[in-house]
Design a protein around this ligand. Structure first.
Ligand SMILES: *[C@@H]1O[C@H](CO)[C@@H](O)[C@H](O)[C@H]1NC(C)=O
Ligand SMILES: *[C@@H]1O[C@H](CO)[C@@H](O)[C@H](O)[C@H]1NC(C)=O
Length: 298
């Protein structure tokens, strides 16, 4: 198990039910570990209790003895605290082989900027230019806990603070169509709109989840199961990704790695099934929980 980079096992960001407007951090009080899978539901039902954490940010947050009930569950990370998100293209073996491609020798990396971070439960604004081919990608998200440069896979987990679930919202036409993306696909512009990376519902520390191997990952659109895999099918696992991405470049504390998506995105459905105004996308990872967001066409 990696060493502890944070004082909590699981962290949520929330507004308390007491009516106090302040946003706080808390550690969910769960009867059993598997209850973490339903914390979003518990919060919605007004039944999520937390031990309040004290501190300026997720790094200094320490448990207190004060217990309170969550009024509104937010995402665990604020945009301003995430310097950048590195994202990995196509990274599930079964899906890569399915598309007829050989397994890659190196990961494909692109980025999403800080303002793409959004909360659990928040509407995702889809701008006019991105409404034709709006798509989802359910992903395991890695939180870097201290600056990492040229780190080996063996040491990598010492730099990982924890994990959450995320949706790499994407405008496929701006990613792939020659008239928009240009002659080669482009990832960054098409995936960098404000709030195109909803995260949550909680952070789970790496001293609890290790390398996040063997977790189920499912994406639902309006309740219909679209993506269904297991993180043990990742082509490049968490340690390998930290090793690769940190070569000659600093992975800043607080930055994220979105580890890639499995098969089942709307683009490759037959017929294609892009997201519409009001659609609810939920990404559920075992032992982390389910992050839910409605798409709101502007
Ligand atoms: C990079 O890290 C590897 C493995 O940890 C080490 O062998 C190598 O010397 C390092 N290179 C530089 C330039 O620091
Ligand atoms: C994921 O796969 C691993 C190994 O292949 C297995 O041990 C684990 O039980 C699976 N997890 C789920 C949630 O299916």
């Amino acid at each position: 198990m990696p060493s502890r980079l944070v004082a909590w096992d699981r962290l949520v960001r929330y507004i308390p039910s007491s009516g106090e407007a302040e946003i706080r951090y808390g550690e969910p009080l769960l009867e059993k570990d598997s209850d973490v899978d339903s914390i979003a539901q518990l919060a919605q039902d007004g039944k999520l209790q937390v031990k309040m954490l004290e501190g300026q940010d997720i790094w200094s947050a320490r448990p207190t003895d004060r217990v309170e009930t969550v009024g509104q569950l937010l995402g665990p990370l604020e945009a301003g605290t995430v310097p950048i998100i590195r994202c990995i293209g196509l990274n599930y073996k079964t899906h890569i082989l399915e598309t007829g491609r050989p397994l890659p020798t190196c990961p494909t990396v692109f980025t999403k900027p800080s303002p793409s971070v959004a909360d659990h439960g928040e509407d995702i604004p889809i701008p006019k230019i991105a409404q034709e081919q709006c798509d989802y990608e359910g992903e395991l998200v890695v939180l870097i806990g201290k600056d990492a440069k040229n780190v080996s896979a063996t040491d990598a987990l010492q730099y990982v603070a924890g994990y959450t679930a995320g949706n790499d919202v994407s405008a496929r036409d701006w990613q792939r169509e020659v008239g928009k993306a240009g002659p080669v696909p482009q990832w960054t512009f098409s995936k960098s709109f404000d709030k195109y990376a909803p995260l949550g519902p909680c952070l789970v520390a790496s001293h609890v989840l290790g390398d996040a191997h063997g977790l189920s990952l499912k994406t639902f659109v309006n309740g219909e199961l679209r993506q269904n895999t297991n993180t043990s099918d990742l082509c490049f696992g968490v340690a390998k990704l930290v090793e690769f991405c940190s070569q000659g470049q600093t992975l800043q504390k607080g930055s994220l790695i979105m580890t890639g998506t499995p098969g089942g995105v709307g683009l490759f459905m037959k017929p294609q099934a892009f997201l519409k105004d009001g659609d609810l996308v939920e990404v559920e990872i075992g032992k982390i929980g389910r992050v839910s967001n409605h798409m709101k066409f502007e």
